[in-house]
Design a protein around this ligand. Structure first.
Ligand SMILES: [Zn+2]
Length: 454
């Protein structure tokens, strides 16, 4: 694990510069396809929105959250709640997305990251170009009646406040109108459950969550990273979850994300990349292997399984390595841009590194070679089926965005193509026709508008 406090600090592992961390970060993003992102207040401080808990500048040092940010406070003293709230809402809505939001938006458009879960209510992910996000603490775009759930745009609520209507009241039932954010004492919105459900459908390949600008102290959101096998943390102060992280970057978020984007541009020879093709799935094999190799490394001094099953496990992983290499080397999707070529080269390097690790482990532990079948063909078909489950889960949500459903359907079709061509390369039987029918059925049953070109 690398940790960076500043550009030129000394650590027990020697000098680690930010650029090394950025390369590590990019490598991890490529290795664990479609990582999820969790963002907190720290990503928006560079847009001029104060966070809550930073010593000296945090909002909760200046105002009492129980007066200004709780249901109880609102009901007890609506004047205090809304007079502070009005200025706060206006400030937040005037803020502009910063480099962090924009780079995440770009990465999502390229198909390099999965959904974003945010604790922020500032609407800056949407305005920064992201389309698939979960606002688990609500947002400042609208307000709703606490009694009948009538909804109105936030600027109309501000108008009411400016005309002295405090508390602002529902035009139908006279209930209090409350911004659509989660206050202390509120239930979590459907976004939270939907994000957890969707994250849970991804089980085939070890999954990664990148936590950005969150101190991970607010429950229940801080439990979400526990559902992921690997974690990266980018935050300028330590968090309680750092010990679990693959990589910790303790820096301002804007510069980190800006440098990450520069690195991606470099890989694409300076040109802004086009989205990766929907079936560009080679990373699932690398992520899977990375986990297997890590397991075997942990057996080096204290094996947790019998020597015989360890020997079988080594045999499988050796066979997986050869299988992954032949699929990547004969890429069923010829790279259309320098970025794709660079990613494939990176995967081949990773596979060579893992092969070397496995060979050294085998000779260190004195384990004989055992010829085994690769598990990758099954992993590839499982991954297609998982993308069908994800599409079904997504389209059952409360707020389904047609363009996200379409993207997920197109990606599932890409996973099917990947399956077909990978099996062709390996000389295995192609998927049965019924497999594709499953996707077509979901698309028509759920009313997804997608040109699948099948
Ligand atoms: Zn009402």
């Amino acid at each position: 694990m690398y940790s960076v406090n500043s550009l030129h600090s000394n650590f027990e592992k020697g000098d680690v510069y930010l650029s090394d961390s950025i390369s590590n970060l990019l490598g991890i993003i490529l290795k664990f396809p479609m990582p999820w992102i969790l963002t907190g207040a720290g990503i928006s401080t560079e847009s001029g929105i104060p966070d809550f808990r930073s010593p000296g500048t945090g909002l909760w040092e200046k105002v009492d959250p129980m007066v200004y940010s709780s249901v109880e406070g609102l009901l007890r003293d609506p004047k205090a709640f809304f007079s502070y709230g009005r200025d706060n809402i206006v400030n937040v809505l005037q803020a502009q997305p910063n480099t962090g939001h924009v780079v995440l938006g770009n990465l999502q458009q390229l198909g390099m990251i999965g959904p974003i879960v945010t604790q922020n209510i500032d609407d800056l992910h949407r305005r920064g170009g992201s389309d698939h996000f979960y606002e688990v603490h609500g947002h400042f775009r609208s307000a709703s009646c606490m009694n009948c759930s009538n909804q109105l745009p936030m600027d109309e609520l501000i108008n009411k406040l400016d005309q002295g209507e405090i508390p602002p009241l529902c035009w139908d039932c006279g209930g209090i109108l409350k911004p659509d954010v989660v206050l202390f004492g509120d239930m979590m919105p459907s976004d939270y459950q939907e994000a957890s459900l969707l994250a849970n459908t991804c089980q085939t390949v070890p999954k990664l969550m990148i936590v950005i600008g969150s101190s991970l102290t607010v429950s229940p959101v801080n439990y979400l990273p526990l559902e992921f096998n690997r974690i990266v943390i980018i935050n300028n102060t330590p968090t309680e979850t750092d010990y679990r992280a693959e990589l910790v970057i303790r820096e301002q978020i804007g510069p980190v994300m800006g440098k990450l984007w520069e690195e991606i541009l470099d890989l694409n020879e300076g040109q802004p990349p086009d989205p990766l093709p929907p079936g560009f799935n080679f990373g699932i094999m690398v992520a899977y292997l990375d986990n297997e190799v890590r397991f075997l490394q942990n057996q080096k001094f204290r094996p947790s399984v019998s020597l015989d099953s360890l020997s079988k496990h080594f045999g499988v992983v050796q066979s997986d390595i050869k299988t992954a290499r032949s699929i990547i080397a004969q890429s069923p999707l010829p790279p259309r841009q320098p970025l794709e070529r660079a990613i494939l080269d990176f995967y081949l390097q990773e596979i060579n590194r893992m092969e070397y690790e496995i060979d050294s482990l085998l000779s260190f532990m004195g384990i004989p070679f055992q010829d085994e079948q690769s598990r990758l063909p099954k992993l590839i078909s499982d991954y297609y089926n998982e993308s069908l489950r994800a599409l079904t889960t997504y389209t059952r949500q409360e707020n389904v965005l047609p363009e996200i459903a379409e993207k997920m359907a197109v990606r599932a079709a890409g996973n099917y193509d990947f399956w077909s061509s990978a099996h062709l390369i390996l000389g295995l039987a192609p998927p049965a026709k019924e497999e594709l029918e499953k996707l077509k059925k979901i698309v028509s049953d759920r009313g997804v508008k997608a040109d699948l070109q099948l």
